[in-house]
Design a protein around this ligand. Structure first.
Ligand SMILES: *Cc1c(COP(=O)(O)O)cnc(C)c1O
Length: 360
């Protein structure tokens, strides 16, 4: 077996021990005589998998009792519509703070269901920094304020939770959920697809404060109504069973590896190693304001873009994959999710040094 060091932005690398456990349990899950893929979601075996995953997630993330945890489908992209459908609650509109392309997508989708206003945007600076909180134009009557805690494409991340007063704060955490301790009580709703920092694609985690649900717009499809999902323990219809199961194993892996504090410290150390190297020389460059740099996704350019293809080819030969940057920003991007090891980042930095030495 040969496993590559995978810097893909998503779907992304998973902890090896989790994959090994999945492999070991694949044909016969704990004496049930079947794989998790083959079980009825109504049987006690899967019910135990589902409830244990929720219990572990609540423990790991410190989710208060007055929050519901939903295991949904449709990815973060479906949530872009479900959030206004469920949370507008008769109000005219919501505020969006744009720090990259994902926030723009969320804004555009929300505009189909209500007034979606731009409270602040970093677009003039090509999304290389978070707009200063003092300049945000927030409407105190907004149904919610939406932020993207980590913009996966631009590599810009909120380093603290902004204060938006009494209006519920809604956060797309798709690419940094469970990467560091979360102050859940500061949010009205947190959401994220699993495929970046949690598990396989197919399940979307929604953590929502109880008092915000139950007032969905009448046109909301039943399976996408948070109240219905909560009342039915995310099993109004067949849930994404296998993705839910693997996510549950990852929650246990986090528990066994120092919880979010431990994971967060390792993520800081990994990102520091890469940024320190980038800042120490002139061949590679990261354009993001230092205070707003993402710990999860590190975009960087080479001094000469004509060397990009060569860089990627050499990387592949050195056992490093998934480094091609998003087409919107070009260059390279290294995603350093929880399952990326410190050794993997060291390997990348060594390769970058050698490439710059020989080709730069
Ligand atoms: C990947 C990503 C999305 C889209 O996720 P899907 O699950 O593919 O819909 C949305 N927001 C952010 C911040 C992302 O990184």
């Amino acid at each position: 077996m040969s496993r590559i060091t995978n810097f893909s932005a998503g779907p992304a690398t998973l902890p090896l021990t989790v994959l090994e456990q999945v492999q070991e349990e694949l044909l016969d899950w704990r004496g049930s005589g079947m794989s998790v893929m083959e079980m009825s979601h109504r049987d006690k075996e899967f019910m135990s998998i589902a409830s244990e995953a929720e219990k572990d997630l609540r423990e790991v993330a410190g989710i208060p009792q007055n929050y519901k945890v939903l295991f949904m489908q449709g990815g973060a992209t479906a949530q872009f519509a479900l959030i206004p459908l469920n949370l507008l609650r008769g109000k005219a509109g919501a505020d969006y703070v744009l720090t990259g392309d994902w926030g723009k997508k969320a804004l555009k989708e929300a505009g189909k269901y209500g007034k979606a206003s731009v409270a602040a945007t970093g677009e003039a600076g090509k999304f290389t920094s978070i707009p200063d909180r003092a300049g945000w134009k927030l409407d105190p009557d907004a149904a919610y304020v939406h932020i993207t805690t980590n913009e996966t494409i631009h590599g810009v991340q909120f380093q603290s939770t902004p204060d938006v007063g009494g209006v519920p704060l809604v956060a797309d955490m798709s690419s940094d959920i469970l990467s560091r301790p979360i102050e859940v009580s500061k949010f009205g709703l947190i959401y994220g697809g699993a495929q970046k920092n949690i598990g396989p694609a197919g399940v979307t985690i929604v953590i929502v404060r109880e008092d915000l649900i139950g007032q969905a717009s009448a046109m909301t499809p039943n399976v996408f109504d948070y109240k219905q999902a909560a009342d039915n323990e995310s099993m109004l219809n067949t849930p994404p069973c296998f993705a839910w199961y693997v996510s549950g194993l990852v929650f246990k892996w986090i528990k066994d590896n120092g919880g979010l504090a431990g994971v967060g410290a390792r993520n800081q150390a990994k990102a520091k190693r890469l940024y320190d190297y980038i800042d120490s020389q002139d061949f590679y460059r990261n354009p993001v304001a230092k205070a707003d740099r993402s710990v999860m996704n590190v975009p960087f350019t080479l001094a000469n873009a004509e060397l990009d293809a060569d860089f990627l080819k050499g990387a592949k030969a050195a056992g490093l994959s998934g480094l091609k940057g998003h087409r919107a920003v070009g260059g390279m991007r290294a995603s350093l999710y929880n399952a990326m090891t410190e050794q993997g980042v060291a390997q990348l930095v060594d390769y970058m040094k050698e490439f710059a030495r020989t080709k730069g």
